[in-house]
Write a protein that binds this ligand. Sequence first.
Ligand code: NAD
Length: 482
Amino acid sequence: MIMIKIENYINGELVPPNFGEYFDNSSPVDGQVYSQIPDSDATDIDNAVASAKESFKSWSKLSKKDRHDHIMRLADEIENHFEELVEAESKDNGKPEHLARSVDIPRASENFRFFATASLHFDSEVHEMDGKALNYTLRKPVGVVGCISPWNLPLYLLTWKIAPALAAGNTVVAKPSEITPMTAFLLSKICQKANFPKGVLNIVHGFGHKVGEALSKHLDVPIISFTGGTATGKKIASVAAPMFKKLSLELGGKNPNIIFADAEFDKSVEMAVKAAFSNQGQICLCGSRLFVQDSIYNNFREAFIEKTKLLIVGNPKDENSNLGAVVSEQHLDKILECIELAKSEGGKILTGGNRIILDAELSNGYYMEPTIIEGLSHACRTNQEEIFGPVVSIIPFKGEVEVIEMANATKYGLSASIFTKDISRAHRVAAEIDAGIVWVNTWMLRDLRIPFGGMKNSGVGREGGFKSLQFFTEPKNVCIKI
Ligand code: NAD
């Protein structure tokens, strides 16, 4: 097998880490090491920031149209390398190829197209003072942006940050997850193919506590956009906030999925399965707490178990596989520990709960049964802490007041889903739930224009549409006396 050597991308060149150290990258699909990741450090970040700082001088002065054209060429090149990216994302992350083909990679090019175009329509404000004065607000790019992203939707979330940052006229140093670096590495090659201006986008690979931290505290990086776990967000904030950096934090979730008795039964069962197990349950928006109204609880539970048992966990290359591998052995062990915790808290495993060993060459991969747990209080650790795997806890409720109280009784507040045919109830409950995003009769229906993000420990700030372009620009008001 050919061992792929991943390189950093600095000032338009693919370069090794300064100290020449690498660490192994294995595929969760078969547990085999197949590439080497640069073990970069603060000196590599210094080089990348210097390159981004220098290129900011020209990139920030380009016309919006010129920046748009450069960014659109990246989107074109992503599409030219579509299947290569699909295979790489699946091999690195474990997700089914059909999921990378229908969600991850199309969204990566869409992020570039969407924000390149949005920047052409992004206007600032004018405030007139009764004929006495005129205020207008300039929106200038901030400078070198640090973009730090997680492993669950690797290219999708990296481009969700890079695209608006670049479109707004900033330059970027990106730090992809060390667990899934491959599509970010391919993106650097795509930048070279697209003749993307040198130094405008830089990508440094390595561990979070080394390169992520060095990026967060760099004096020449005034703005950080981070997506990842709440504990990491806290560390980044503790470094960046005292330096008064602009910060956007998109963090963890423990999202309620609420099924009222009047909901369309089959549709809500189908959506609950999707919300619990898509991407092996490794989406921050997954509905991991399933609240079902008591009058339909037994029927719903049986239908939910039946549909879950039909899910195929298998080779990510196989079109019939609903679930692939979870991202790493360490993560699989963590999920299995969470299941032991659930049992010790009195939880009953209705289906799943175990590792799956697939045949032949996939026997060392990290596969896991979709798991449903019942019988736990909404307040126990299993129903409070993020598991981030194919595990859902099902909880009965009597009425609206009780379910709102239980849904809100966590430190998180990212998203929620409500299933009901009663439109007034949908509005009432949506208004009361602590979440940045509430879906009614659906899940993960995403419009890139909406404010995206969470409340409480799920994050600070909102990205998406013009909110992203506002975050990645600095407003400056000019007041003209008439
Ligand atoms: P993580 O926090 O472990 O890592 C995320 C990134 O931060 C990685 O690139 C990592 O190297 C880096 N990092 C780690 N320590 C750092 C430090 N001290 N300083 C700077 N950077 C550091 O998260 P993960 O395990 O990769 O991803 C899973 C988590 O991400 C889950 O909690 C999930 O809910 C969350 N997530 C949130 C959203 C959202 O939009 N709210 C989306 C996807 C994932």
